[in-house]
Design a protein around this ligand. Structure first.
Ligand code: GLN
Length: 269
């Protein structure tokens, strides 16, 4: 592939990835928007642009997630910066944000546990500036990304460096939400696709997949205000196990399906 001197449209046609990925990498390498690709379709690529584009394509061909290559991913209509310090936000998790937004009374306090890129906390705080949103993570590198995302999206979030509830003292919240690491050790998905490049600590508990969920449930009662909701994202086959964790002490225990029809979030109050 030597795209020096090629027009933008010829380069787009020549790229070897699928159409969406070709377009994303071409926009990134040339600093163009989607519309710019069309309005500038006849301009030609410099040698430096061609080299940069070819380097991006080579990284993608080695399997690196496209979100890490371009350094961002859209979630809940907002742009999130991502690096390999954080899980790439998934559309499935938008369900958790919607459920949280439906349950937050004016001025309510929400805690996002294991915030990673800050996706849940920033999406909620952006939609509901009245909410008092806190987010914690055990990874300082992840918190740097999350703070940048809050600032870039004009969202007010208090961030805490904390191993689950450790840094919280006696504080209570009206809603605790989490998308914790829930993939069991040895699950084949960990060695496939984007997951190979994402932080293991964001994906797996290195056990049966339920241990982080158990830890969150075990500590939640001490940090939920009366009537407060606990909402947990989990794996496709974990809904019954998570409902069982909530059976003792919670009401309105239920699971909600994601866009693929999979029970993806369970919770109670
Ligand atoms: N939903 C992610 C996946 O299966 C996993 C995220 C997580 O463990 N919290 O790719």
């Amino acid at each position: 592939m030597n795209l020096t001197g090629a027009t933008v449209s010829a380069a787009q046609a020549a790229l070897p990835l699928d159409a969406l990925e070709n377009r994303i990498l071409l926009c990134h390498a040339l600093g163009l928007t989607r519309v710019g690709l069309i309005t500038q379709s006849h301009r030609t690529l410099s040698a430096a642009e061609a080299d940069a584009l070819e380097a991006l394509v080579a990284r993608r061909q080695l399997g690196e997630p496209i979100a890490y290559i371009v350094g961002k991913r859209e979630f809940f209509g907002l742009d999130f910066k991502v690096s390999d310090a954080v899980l790439i936000p998934r559309p499935d998790t938008e369900l958790l944000v919607e459920l949280a937004l439906e349950r937050l009374a004016p001025g309510a306090a929400l805690l996002d546990m294991g915030t990673g890129s800050g996706a849940i906390a920033v999406a909620v705080a952006h939609s509901r500036p009245d909410a008092r949103v806190s987010a914690l993570d055990a990874s300082a590198a992840a918190l740097d990304v999350a703070r940048a995302n809050a600032a870039a999206n004009g969202a007010q979030v208090r961030f805490l460096h904390s191993d689950w509830y450790a840094a919280l003292a006696g504080e209570k919240f009206d809603l605790i939400a989490s998308n914790p690491p829930y993939i069991a050790s040895g699950d084949v998905h960990l060695s496939q696709g984007d997951l190979r490049f994402e932080p293991a600590a964001a994906l797996t508990d290195h056990a049966d997949g339920l241990s982080a969920l158990r830890t969150i449930v075990a500590g939640a009662a001490a940090h939920l205000a009366a009537g407060g909701w606990l909402l947990l994202e989990h794996g496709y086959d974990q809904a019954a196990a998570v409902r069982a964790m909530l059976a003792d002490g919670y009401t309105d225990v239920q699971s909600w399906r994601d866009l693929s029809g999979i029970e993806r979030v369970s919770g109670g109050r």
